[in-house]
Design a protein around this ligand. Structure first.
Ligand SMILES: Cc1cc2nc3c(=O)[nH]c(=O)nc-3n(C[C@H](O)[C@H](O)[C@H](O)COP(=O)(O)OP(=O)(O)OC[C@H]3O[C@@H](n4cnc5c(N)ncnc54)[C@H](O)[C@@H]3O)c2cc1C
Length: 393
């Protein structure tokens, strides 16, 4: 006999715990499931932009290890420059701490959390766990990450994406450790389809690289070289982990009847920055809003969620795809713009802080937008052909 809930959330990352928080806070009977025993870690830089912090109804101060106000940028491992902003741009945390903290908030709001509870299958709105238990929800929020079990169970195609590898360098043991406090490092132009980063944490720096899937075989060597270039001991990075970053195509499914896909399960990572926590949180909120309409009888399915994502998130992803294609076609001019133009740097910081959007930036181009659109669509077609060639070879 399946136990009945208003809503079941599969996966307790930022997307799932936010959806569970909002639904439980509104009085719904919510089950939040995760296959991992919490606290659990996850391959991630653990950088949370101010734009993402602003979405949350509570502060992340208790799990914040550094506050970032500067970017230190290298282009092709040379020419470093640093820009400072007068307000915070991001915070640095660790996913083991962040995700456990967000789950605690959802539980405080009234959600029931079961960790070490892997979902094995889904049939309509019935969820079966690996231990044989069955649960039935009026609404299901699939927040089970990249190409998770719900997506596969409903027969949806895999999402394409990027790959990334990251590791940790203890700050105390590294000569470079002291260089990083309020600054993140970015390495641009040397990874096809991606970039490198140094993200400072309390007692270590997270060092990583991401790029097109074709870069996967070289990531380990490239990461070691990049870390050494930043004066870390590239050979002694610990906790090395690789992962897939799922990226949606404009027509990838977001809903199936009463099941909504959020965060990485929907491929909502920003293709330009690789940042996914913000859209996981926002899509979790949009799914919760829709599920509450379903539970109250105002709606009979979760289809309104698709409209909400298409109105609010997809336009941003569309511009980010264009910018990503343009940037990787020819990174140098954009790095120069970032380096030399105060207006561009300020526009970048305002987006990172959630005070502006990619779409607003694009809108400011006026008639020049036609030229940029044409160049972007050419670059996107080239990038698509390159990706297809790389996948098939
Ligand atoms: C190397 C790397 C670095 C990154 N760095 C950043 C960064 O610095 N900042 C940023 O904003 N984004 C970053 N991202 C992206 C970010 O990690 C994701 O976009 C974000 O975690 C998505 O959140 P989510 O809630 O959708 O899914 P997840 O955080 O992936 O959570 C999914 C959850 O579902 C659970 N689950 C999976 N299968 C099952 C199952 N069968 N049953 C039950 N539970 C299940 C998992 O255990 C997991 O807890 C990075 C990604 C990678 C790979």
């Amino acid at each position: 006999m399946a136990k009945h809930w208003d809503a079941i959330v599969v996966g307790a990352g930022p997307g799932g715990s936010t959806a569970a928080y909002d639904m439980a806070a509104a009085g719904a009977d919510v089950l939040l499931l995760d296959r991992a025993r919490f606290p659990r870690d996850k391959p991630c830089g653990g950088g949370v932009l101010v734009s993402a912090l602003r979405l949350l109804p509570y502060s992340l101060d208790p799990v914040t290890e550094q506050t970032i106000t500067s970017f230190r940028v290298r282009y092709k491992r040379r020419r470093e420059f640093e820009h400072h902003y007068h307000e915070p741009l991001a915070i640095m945390t660790q996913r083991s701490r962040l995700d456990a903290y967000m789950v605690e908030r959802a539980v405080e709001a009234g959600a029931e959390f079961r960790d070490a509870s892997a979902v094995r299958s889904i049939d309509g709105t019935t969820i079966r766990l690996a231990n044989g238990d069955a649960h039935e929800g009026q609404a299901i929020v699939a927040a089970d990450g990249a190409n998770g079990v719900v997506r596969r169970g409903l027969g949806l195609p895999r999402l394409r994406g990027a790959v990334a590898l990251e590791g940790n360098a203890a700050r105390s043991e590294q000569p470079a450790g002291a260089r990083w406090s309020d600054a993140v490092g970015l390495e641009l132009g040397s990874m096809p389809g991606g970039y490198g980063w140094v993200f400072p944490k309390g007692d270590h720096c997270n060092v990583g690289l991401g790029g097109f899937p074709s870069a996967a075989p070289t990531l380990r060597d490239e990461l070691s070289r990049y870390a050494s270039g930043e004066s870390f001991d590239g050979g002694s990075l610990t906790e090395l982990r690789g992962h897939h970053l799922p990226l949606r195509d404009p027509d990838s499914a977001l809903v199936r009847d009463r099941v909504a896909f959020v965060g990485d399960a929907a491929g909502l990572i920003d293709p330009l920055s690789g940042e996914g926590i913000g859209n996981a949180i926002r899509s979790g909120q949009l799914a919760a809003e829709t599920a509450l309409e379903l539970v109250s009888g105002e709606a009979s399915d979760m289809l309104a969620y698709r409209g909400r994502v298409e109105e609010e998130i997809e336009p941003e992803l569309r511009v980010a795809r264009q910018l990503q294609a343009l940037f990787h076609q020819c990174p140098w001019p954009y790095v120069q713009l970032l380096r030399r133009s105060d207006r561009f740097w300020t526009a970048f910081c305002r987006i990172v802080r959630g005070e502006s959007t990619y779409s607003q930036l694009q809108g400011r181009l006026g008639p020049g937008r036609v030229v940029v659109d044409a160049a972007a669509s050419f670059a996107e077609r080239r990038a698509g052909r390159a990706a297809a060639w790389q996948t098939s070879s």
